[in-house]
Design a protein around this ligand. Structure first.
Ligand SMILES: O=C(O)CC1=CCC(=O)O1
Length: 393
């Protein structure tokens, strides 16, 4: 059985579906485990590879005592993604799971490509959670079972599907009180509301029309208002949407996440293609240095120029690579972009892109069309680079 150890706890995870499909991580609410998603999974498998985990304190994962934090729970998810070999994925979470998903996207934006926030909130009543934690400490899980069940399911569903309701109650009562209290502390202490505008990724907000725990009013509406471009879908269900509305939830997730995943896959293919051109023209050492220097601030820009300049333009068949290299030399000299000029002079000469004679001709012509001062500096810069190449530096 796959477990990953993170910050002293064993976290149980499970991967289902084809490697060829884009990954989707599914996170449970407080008081449930990864089986929360069982009725949804068959409807998602045609479109996604699914990673599920039992949140720390829940299911088969360890339940250490003490308060958990949203950041710790988010790191557990990152550790499970590492263990499953998933660099980045869309993440869907119910209630606590949605809060953890937001925290992961804020703390590790490179790991989350899209969010689906199901029956969740960026801020809950601190005092109510403090009370609930105290009740669990005094009376164990039995002490809060009625309250939690009343918030999980709508009364009509609980009557119509007594076996499902009873199985959720049994799991809830059987779980470690330390796990519930620890996760409850993470909900009590979460600080997500002010950070919502920093969630710069495709986000779906799903609310349940019969949810009394995190209804649209006061919860979903804050997510929709705070997260740039968030898309909202309502379902006819209470808090545990995967249990009460599995098909509706699966359809909403597929409609929102699958096209986004297709676009990402197409972008990735263009990126890989552009990167191959960039490596051929500039060399592995320079490209590897530039990739290693990427930050979360400039990574999207780097990806965009790799797709556009290096795939779209350098990949066009209409001009040979020598001509394109010499054009870049002439244009960067004319514009006085000496860093880029130096890069292309050095890589052009040392990678058989053009000869020193051809470089001289281009700079002579640049003197006429762009002016002698530009060509003066260009000859100085190019001369310095030629001396460095001759000296082997
Ligand atoms: O209010 C409840 O008990 C439901 C709930 C809140 C956070 C969560 O994960 O579930």
């Amino acid at each position: 059985m796959p477990f990953v150890v993170n910050a002293g706890a064993r976290i149980f995870w499970r991967l289902d579906g084809s490697e060829a499909k884009p990954p989707l991580v599914l996170l449970n609410s407080i008081g449930t485990d990864l089986s929360l998603w069982d009725a949804v999974v068959p409807h998602l498998l045609p479109a996604f590879r699914l990673l599920r985990l039992d949140m720390r304190g829940h299911g088969a994962s360890d339940a250490p005592g003490g308060d958990y934090t949203m950041a710790l729970l988010a790191e557990d998810v990152a550790a499970a993604m590492d263990a499953a070999g998933i660099d980045a994925a869309a993440v869907a979470g119910v209630s606590l799971g949605g809060m953890v998903a937001m925290q992961l996207a804020l703390n590790r934006p490179e790991r989350v490509s899209a969010l689906a926030l199901v029956c969740t909130s960026p801020a809950m009543d601190r005092n109510a959670w403090e009370d609930r934690i105290a009740h669990v400490a005094e009376g164990g899980m039995q002490g809060i079972a009625d309250l939690a069940m009343g918030r999980f399911l709508s009364p009509v569903f609980a009557v119509q599907r007594p076996v499902v309701a009873e199985s959720l109650r049994r799991n809830l009562i059987a779980m470690a009180a330390d796990g519930y209290a620890g996760a409850g502390a993470a909900i009590r202490d979460m600080e997500l509301l002010d950070r919502l505008p920093g969630l710069a990724l495709p986000t779906l907000v799903v609310t349940g029309d019969r949810d009394v725990s995190t209804p649209f009013a006061g919860h979903g509406e804050r997510l929709v208002a705070g997260i740039p471009g968030a898309v909202h879908v309502r379902l006819d269900c209470a808090h545990l949407a995967p249990v009460e509305a599995p098909m509706g939830l699966a359809a909403a997730l597929r409609d929102f996440l699958a096209p986004a995943a297709d676009v990402r896959r197409a972008e990735q293919a263009l990126f890989e293609d552009g990167l191959a051109n960039r490596r051929r023209v500039l060399g592995d050492a320079w490209v590897d240095r530039s990739l290693a220097a990427r930050t979360t601030f400039n990574a999207e820009f780097q990806a965009m120029i790799t797709r556009t300049a290096w795939h779209e333009i350098w990949g066009r068949p209409g001009l040979d690579e020598r001509t394109r290299r010499l054009l870049v030399v002439a244009i960067t000299a004319s514009l006085g972009r000496w860093e880029e000029f130096g890069l292309h002079v050095r890589t052009g000469l040392s990678r058989d892109g053009f000869t020193r004679g051809e470089l001289k001709e281009v700079l002579m012509q640049t003197a006429v069309y762009a002016g002698v001062p530009a060509a003066n500096t260009a000859f100085d810069e190019a001369g310095r680079i030629i001396a460095e190449i001759d000296a082997g530096t």
